[in-house]
Design a binder for this molecule. Structure first.
Ligand SMILES: [Zn+2]
Length: 329
């Protein structure tokens, strides 16, 4: 399967303008809306032991000393988020997703192989937030092994999906008022979204309600217990408030899932080549130790070493994006 590399997934145009655009929209938000009260507890494990991690685009990001959760404190208000998600950043984002569409397919191919271990042919699968349909495309290239329902809030995206994929059920609906009964789906998928949610507990409970007993929830989100986070820390490109408001890790994701009625079945970090290519791109720190410099030079020059380090990160589940497989109890 094709190796995925940072520059192919995140187009150069995105890398060039994202920070600038984020800063611009954030400045508008800070001048228009009043901030909410700061919270005193970690939103995942409730520990009172939290401290400032960094500041990004005028938002304070805190970290929990107990479970290492990283979160925006205070969380952005509903009005601020509404403004953010309706700003022209959304068009900018859609464009670079379109530009990197084909390069993103292998990411989903790997995820589908995992899903197929849990869902049989013709299982009812709900894909939440299908957007421009990269996951749907990857499924249809495999002759769509499941009975898929796509849902998205964006009407344009839904019309596109309906026109493009014959036989796909498309719902232009909000998950909280979905026209499907409880305990309907064998599986639900959600890609790179939970990090955007300010109220993940409510969302996860809704997902659980839509699943049959024993049904599976498949989702991906950044993993801060990873090689790339270990190197980049507060310079990490995924520190993107008010978009990314909750950054989980492979340990504390269990806490929030168990709290909302799920049992974690497996966690995989499948695309470690993204970590390595991202770090090599940012290979600029004089502060790296001789060992770090040696390893980074080897990764740059030696493709066999690159491959074996990639395999090591996958085996030890220490790459920066995790696929979580959870089961409704
Ligand atoms: Zn915590």
């Amino acid at each position: 399967m094709k190796k995925v590399l940072f520059d192919e997934i995140h187009t150069l145009e995105k890398q060039k303008f994202l920070k600038e655009k984020m800063q611009q929209v954030s400045n508008e938000i800070h001048s228009k809306f009043t901030k909410l009260e700061k919270v005193n507890n970690c939103p995942v494990c409730q520990s009172k032991s939290i401290h400032q991690y960094t500041e990004c685009f005028g938002y304070e990001m805190d970290i929990c000393d107990e479970c290492n959760h990283i979160f925006t404190n205070p969380f952005p208000s509903y009005e601020a988020l509404d403004y953010y998600y309706n700003s022209d950043l959304k068009d900018f984002e859609n464009k670079f997703f379109m530009d990197s569409f084909e390069n993103r397919i292998p990411i989903f191919d790997r995820r589908i192989l995992e899903i197929e271990k849990y869902l049989g042919r013709d299982s009812q699968l709900l894909d939440v937030g299908s957007a421009i349909g990269i996951f749907i495309e990857a499924l249809f290239r495999k002759n769509n092994p499941f009975k898929v329902t796509a849902c998205d809030l964006n009407q344009k995206a839904c019309l596109y999906l309906q026109d493009t994929y014959k036989g796909l059920e498309v719902l232009n609906e909000n998950i909280y008022s979905l026209s499907k009964p409880d305990s309907y789906f064998d599986g639900i998928s959600l890609w790179d979204t939970v990090e955007h949610l300010t109220d993940p507990d409510r969302f996860l409970i809704k997902i659980k309600d839509l699943l049959k007993p024993g049904g599976y929830f498949f989702f991906s989100t950044p993993n801060t217990f990873s090689f790339e986070w270990g190197v980049m820390e507060t310079d990490h490109v995924q520190l993107l408030p008010p978009g990314h408001v909750n950054l989980y890790n492979s340990k504390n994701i269990k806490i929030i899932l168990e709290k909302t009625g799920f049992q974690v079945v497996d966690i995989q970090t499948l695309n470690a080549s993204l970590d390595i290519s991202y770090i090599l791109k940012n290979y600029i720190k004089d502060s790296y130790s001789p060992l770090e410099k040696f390893i980074l030079n080897r990764l740059k020059d030696d493709s066999i070493f690159f491959e074996s380090f990639n395999d090591y990160l996958v085996q030890t589940k220490s790459a920066g994006n995790m696929l979580v497989i959870a089961r409704k109890e």
